[in-house]
Structure formats: structure tokens, C-alpha cells
Design a protein around this ligand. Structure first.
Ligand code: NAG
Ligand code: NAG
Length: 327
């Protein structure tokens, strides 16, 4: 009798699980069915936003599918939270505007904000059209320079997997990871010319439990830079060069910055870079702490400064307060 009751309950549980499974079936939202035009000329930011909102409201894995083709996108923010898992599957290429009126003073091009369980995949590309903007961002010659738009900005993104995408010629940083948790960037390919200004590959700030794996970064500034408040960061299997290497910092620019701790960098190749592994603090700087760092199996080839701890960092001549050597 008891065992029959148990079996009946098990059956009910099974039925319930099956129904839940059916309910959360993946649904594909093809941007082409929502007015996106892959001619490289039509602005698709509104069309993509419409698709994103529908996929985000869908109660299961919602897939925003971007088929082959070139999609011009003006700056856009994809906001969460979403109802279920969300996948941004980019098979084609997104291209940024080249006219200054379209990007003006924004700090981002493509921005994902407050999204949990996000996956970005598909092998496609984000072309930031940097050459149209770099003349405005040469801080060595232009004291008025300001940060140009980040190609892929991830803010408050959690439990996510960003993989198999390419970023080309960002106007500013290629990827900025800000206040994210439990997220992996994997097989990311970043390319910009060695002389492009401030085109950092991946910048990380105020983020915990991030992995950057099996990626290739060739750029005009740091391949990876780790800012204040980075904790438990693993960088493994990254090939970097040309570029300025893998940097911690610049730190100490502002008072009360959070520490950098629990950083493990392993199996990386740095080739033809200005620096290898660097820790830099501003001159002069506010106090902050970097600790528990592990560097393991790093190959350096044709690197000008293989290991450098720079406590007098000042990228712009004359822009820093009088340097004070505290050592
Ligand atoms: C680094 O170089 C070694 C030797 O050439 C190679 O076996 C390894 O795959 C490279 N790693 C990366 C991440 O490119
Ligand atoms: C050092 O960092 C590693 C990797 O993030 C972490 O597992 C370990 O607990 C940390 N150790 C201390 C003493 O904080």
C-alpha cells in the first residue's frame, strides 16, 4: 500500500518535471523576422532592442538569433533582468557607426546590463569601426581626449558565458567587465592595430569570480587590464600581442578603491608586447592593496619589460601631480 502511494507520488513528480520541461523550451527570435536589415547601412539598434525585449520576456531559454550579414548598430543597451536564460547568438557581424553624431558622448556601443544567465555565442563579430574615431583619442597629442565607446560593455552580468566571438577595431576598450559575478569569457578573439590608442582588450573592474580562457588578444593597449575591486580572477590560455601586456592597474587614482585579490594567470603567451606582467599605480596614488597573485607558465617573447611594477605610472606627460617616490 505504502509503496503504491510512493509510486503514485513519484509519477506525479515525474509529470510535473515533464510539464516544466515543456514549458521552458527554447524559443528562437530571429532578428530578420523583426525588421533587421543586414545591408551594413540601415541602423538596426531599434529592431534588435525590440527582439531583445521579447526574448527577455520569454519564460525559458530565449535565443536572439543574428544570421549571416552585416548589421549596422547605433549604441544600444540590452537591459535585464530577463525571465529566463537568454542567448545572444551572433552568426553575422555587427558594425558600429562611423559618423561622430551617432556615437557622440556615449561610453558604450553594445551594452548588456543586469542580465543573469546570459550566453553570447555564434562565432560572429563586433566591428567597432575604430579608425573613424581614433584620431579623437590620442591622449599623447590631444589633452582633451576622453574615453571612446567600449565595444562590448557588460555591467551587472552574472552566471554568464560569453564565448566564440570576435571583436575588431573597437573605438575604445573592446570589452569592459564591470560589477559582474560568476562569468566566463572563452575563445574571444580581439584584434586592433598595435598603434591604436587606448584599445584595451578586456578591462575588469569590481568583479568577482571571472574566468578569461583560451583567447587571442592583439591590440594597441593592455591585452587584459585588472582594475580595483577585482577578486578571484582566472586568466588561462590567453595569447597576447602586440599590445601592452597583462596589467593590474592603474590603481590608486581615487580614494578608497577596493583591493585586487585572488588573481591566477597561467599558460599565457605574450609575444611582441611592450610589457609582460605589470602592476601599475598612479603617481602619486591613494592607498590600495594587491595581494594573492599567482603567475604560472607564462611565455614571454620579444617583450620589452617582461615583469614591471610601476609606482609612477603617468601616461600623459605633465598631467600627473608631482611624482613622489615612496620606495
Ligand atoms: C603558447 O605557445 C606554446 C608554444 O608555442 C603553444 O604550445 C601554446 O598552445 C600557446 N598557448 C596559447 C594560449 O596560445
Ligand atoms: C588566493 O586566491 C585563490 C584564487 O582565487 C583562492 O582560491 C584562495 O582562497 C586565495 N587565498 C587567500 C589566502 O585569500
Amino acid at each position: 500500500m505504502a509503496s503504491r502511494l510512493v509510486r503514485f507520488i513519484m509519477c506525479l513528480i515525474f509529470l510535473f518535471v515533464s510539464i516544466t520541461k515543456v514549458k521552458s523550451q527554447q524559443k528562437v527570435f530571429n532578428v530578420k523576422n523583426f525588421g533587421a536589415v543586414a545591408d551594413g547601412k540601415t541602423d538596426n539598434s531599434k529592431a534588435f532592442l525590440g527582439v531583445w525585449n521579447q526574448a527577455c520576456q520569454y519564460n525559458g531559454p530565449g535565443v536572439v538569433l543574428i544570421p549571416e550579414g552585416t548589421y549596422l548598430m547605433n549604441p544600444v543597451v540590452f537591459n535585464g533582468p530577463c525571465k529566463g536564460q537568454i542567448v545572444f547568438s551572433i552568426r553575422g557581424g555587427l558594425t558600429a557607426p562611423t559618423d561622430r553624431g551617432s556615437w557622440g558622448n556615449t561610453d558604450h556601443w553594445i551594452n548588456f546590463n543586469s542580465v543573469d544567465n546570459l550566453e553570447i555565442n555564434g562565432g560572429g563579430s563586433f566591428d567597432g569601426q575604430g579608425p573613424s574615431a581614433w584620431p579623437f583619442n590620442n591622449c599623447k597629442t590631444n589633452p582633451q581626449c576622453k574615453q571612446l565607446p567600449i565595444s562590448l560593455r557588460l555591467d551587472f552580468v552574472t552566471n554568464s558565458w560569453i564565448h566564440d566571438i570576435k571583436l575588431i577595431n573597437s573605438k575604445g576598450f573592446h570589452i569592459n567587465v564591470f560589477k559582474c559575478r560568476h562569468t566566463t569569457l572563452e575563445r574571444i578573439q580581439i584584434t586592433a592595430p598595435a598603434n591604436s590608442p587606448n584599445t584595451d582588450g578586456i578591462h575588469v573592474g569590481l568583479t568577482t569570480d571571472l574566468k578569461i580562457l583560451s583567447s587571442f588578444i592583439s591590440t594597441g593597449d593592455d591585452c587584459v587590464s585588472i582594475g580595483p575591486g577585482a577578486e578571484n580572477i582566472e586568466i588561462k590560455g590567453v595569447a597576447c600581442g602586440p599590445g601592452h601586456g597583462i596589467s593590474i592597474g592603474s590603481l590608486g587614482k581615487y580614494p578608497n578603491e577596493e583591493d585586487v585579490k585572488g588573481l591566477v594567470i597561467s599558460n599565457c603567451n605574450l609575444t611582441g608586447t611592450q610589457n609582460g606582467l605589470r602592476i601599475k599605480t598612479w603617481a602619486p596614488s591613494h592607498p590600495s592593496t594587491v595581494f594573492n597573485l599567482t603567475f604560472e607558465n607564462i611565455n614571454l617573447k620579444d617583450v620589452s619589460n617582461p615583469i614591471i611594477i610601476d609606482q609612477q605610472y603617468c601616461p600623459q606627460r605633465g598631467a600627473c601631480a608631482k611624482e613622489v617616490n615612496s620606495c
